[in-house]
Design a protein around this ligand. Structure first.
Ligand code: ZN
Ligand code: ZN
Length: 381
């Protein structure tokens, strides 16, 4: 097995995040946070412990030391995280003990008056309801993500380094795609090759979309047994998990047999509009503007070209330890962009029953604009 420490950040990174979470909970007027397994726990401790029906929770009181409560049988897995090096108490529990009670005790080590608790988004009802039953009625519950949001949404340098490396990794996979798209092969065969290529560059495959011909008109298509034909347009969207759990996500549009094999004149016009829209959104992405203005920048170009009705999804989504998170680049989101925010810019145009096209890059907001983390050519290939 490889050294697990290469998959986590230095301890100081997590220590600082825990401190900020504690301060955030205090300024929100909460007694503390109860965080379940998943991206929030990984963000705070580097641990990807998986959840079971038995409670695993990181309890962060506003005063005092955080405690991780977990089935004793899973304690060994903590070695894969930063927890052994952090100021976190470990409380293993065995059947017969009330794990929910342990969480309440850890939440209130100093006997403060209970006012409110921040609950992690992966704490399921079978744990939340017993926890609520043990706490005073009339206290306030809030999603912990409201406290963590600022931390989560603006990535620090260590995170951006990971996202940049993830972007380069998926770019190396896209560079090999033209060689995979030959007439006579099925989407599924192409996906099988992609799976191996993604795994060579990542720790996990997150998703593979090979949308050829009419399948490209469905943004949620995965892959099928459809046989590729020369001249088919192919929407190819792939992503994987990288390093301590950061994600890649990148789409390019290809033509089986190369761009010259494509004979539909309307499509060239469509693709030019899409390309211009994607560039317009990237140009709009900078500190101080709203998330919805980036969506508007892409959408107005596509509308002007007459394809407004065929751009059927939002322009993008935030990315980090989860593949879809704030900031969502969509109408109605007046969130103001700040340096460190990372998200996709992925306009698409979909002609039902015929074909589709999409161009997707991950960008990170910088002090005066944005950095594009995917750098494969955007032209039809
Ligand atoms: Zn994608
Ligand atoms: Zn995406």
């Amino acid at each position: 097995m490889s050294d697990p420490s290469i998959n986590i950040f230095p301890t100081e990174v997590y220590a600082a995040r825990l401190e900020q979470a504690q301060a955030g909970a205090a300024s929100a007027g909460l007694n503390g946070l109860i965080i379940g397994t998943g991206a929030e726990l990984a963000y705070l401790t580097g641990s990807w412990l998986s959840t079971h029906e038995r409670l695993t929770a990181l309890v962060i009181p506003v005063l005092g030391t955080p405690t991780i409560i977990l089935p004793s049988v899973d304690r060994g897995d903590l070695a894969l995280s930063a927890i052994p090096d952090l100021d976190i108490k470990v409380r293993g529990w065995v059947d017969g003990e009330n794990a929910h009670n342990l969480a309440i005790e850890a939440l209130d080590p100093t006997g403060m008056q209970m006012l409110g608790v921040g609950i992690g988004s992966s704490i399921t009802a079978d744990h939340l309801i017993p926890i609520q039953g043990l706490l005073p009625v009339n206290i306030r519950y809030e999603l912990a993500v409201n406290v963590l949001k600022e931390l989560f949404v603006s990535k620090d340098d260590a995170e951006i380094t990971q996202l940049r490396a993830a972007g380069a990794a998926i770019d190396r996979v896209h560079a090999q795609v033209p060689g995979l798209l030959t007439a006579g092969r099925t989407e599924r065969e192409v996906a099988t090759d992609l799976e191996a290529l993604i795994l060579r560059e990542h720790t996990e495959v997150d998703f593979i979309i090979v949308g050829s011909g009419p399948n490209g008109a469905n943004p949620h298509h995965s892959f099928s047994d459809r046989v590729l034909q020369t001249g088919d347009i192919v929407v190819l969207d792939i992503g994987g998990t990288f390093g301590p759990g950061y994600h890649s996500d990148c789409t390019r549009t290809y033509v089986v047999g190369g761009p010259d094999a494509q004979s539909n004149a309307d499509f060239n016009q469509l693709y030019d509009a899409l390309y211009a829209a994607q560039l317009a959104a990237v140009a709009q992405a900078r500190p101080g503007v709203t998330a919805e203005s980036v969506d508007r920048a892409a959408r107005s170009v596509i509308e002007a070209a007459g394809y407004g009705e065929q751009f059927i999804h939002r322009t993008g989504h935030g990315i980090g330890l989860s593949t879809h998170e704030e900031p969502f680049i969509m109408a109605g989101n007046d969130l103001v962009l700040e340096p460190g925010m990372a998200f996709s810019i992925e306009p698409g145009i979909y002609i039902d029953g015929v074909h589709g096209a999409r161009i997707e890059d991950i960008v990170v907001i910088t002090d005066d604009g944005c950095e594009t983390l995917n750098n494969q050519p955007k032209e039809l290939q």
